[in-house]
Design a protein around this ligand. Structure first.
Ligand code: NI
Ligand code: MN
Length: 226
């Protein structure tokens, strides 16, 4: 799998030849000013919740690429009103097989409203299972015991966890989450974008390493292989 970081919580993951884009927030992100959102490829766009910092570029990228947007029912209704046509609605607990792999929607403890203030439904995380690798994309969430359900019943090869604190889990909480999901290979997200969530990156990596875990912080615009 190839993983490209577009800043904040936005990643493009190539799974079985399909481009799966998570939580597109690029054009308003000063740290991602060198990324041209109009060149990003997408066959699927997965949206964890309705907040601006996860959905800002979803409409424009969906319309340009005709990607299938996967999101909760309330975001599905809102995207339809914005003229997006290719949308697959889901909700927490549901699993669906797509051509790249399966998507299971899992608990995220957070809030969700859309950029115009309308109700955004419940926030979600996603567990992706494929014949390549399995991973967990947590979205915005607090540390929660529900993460144990993921670790107890599914094999996770790597996970995207928020580490910026203030709005989501902190570095210390993400280290505990590793034990809940039984996965020690973590890609950090939701840090540094705003003043509230600035972190000390070398210190975060060291804290993980001290617990025998790996935290990868991808440079914005860079691609890694898993
Ligand atoms: Ni949020
Ligand atoms: Mn957020």
């Amino acid at each position: 799998m190839k993983i490209t970081y577009y800043g904040h919580s936005c990643f493009g993951v190539e799974i079985n030849g399909k481009q799966v884009l998570f939580d597109p927030f690029i054009s308003p992100n000063e740290l991602a000013s060198h990324i041209d959102k109009d060149t990003i490829k997408a066959d699927y766009i997965l949206i964890s919740h309705g907040h601006e910092d996860h959905i800002a570029d979803a409409v424009s990228i969906a319309k340009r690429t005709n990607a299938t947007v996967v999101c909760n029912f309330e975001i599905y209704v809102w995207l339809q009103k914005q003229g997006v046509q290719n949308i697959h609605p889901m909700n927490t607990g549901g699993k669906k097989q797509f051509d790249f792999g399966s998507v299971k929607c899992v608990m995220a403890v957070h809030s969700s409203s859309l950029p115009d203030g309308s109700y955004g439904g419940n926030p979600m995380g996603f567990v992706i299972e494929s014949n390549d690798k399995n991973f967990y994309y947590a979205g915005d969430t607090a540390l929660t015991y529900d993460m144990k359900l993921i670790g107890d019943y599914r094999h996770i090869d790597f996970a995207f966890l928020p580490i910026g604190d203030n709005f989501t889990m902190s570095v210390d909480n993400a280290i505990i989450a590793c034990d809940f999901i039984k996965c020690n290979d973590i890609i950090g997200m939701h840090y540094d974008t705003f003043g509230y969530i600035k972190i000390n990156k070398p210190e975060a990596i060291e804290k993980f390493a001290n617990q025998g875990k790996q935290l990868t912080l991808i440079e914005i615009g860079s691609t890694i292989t898993k």
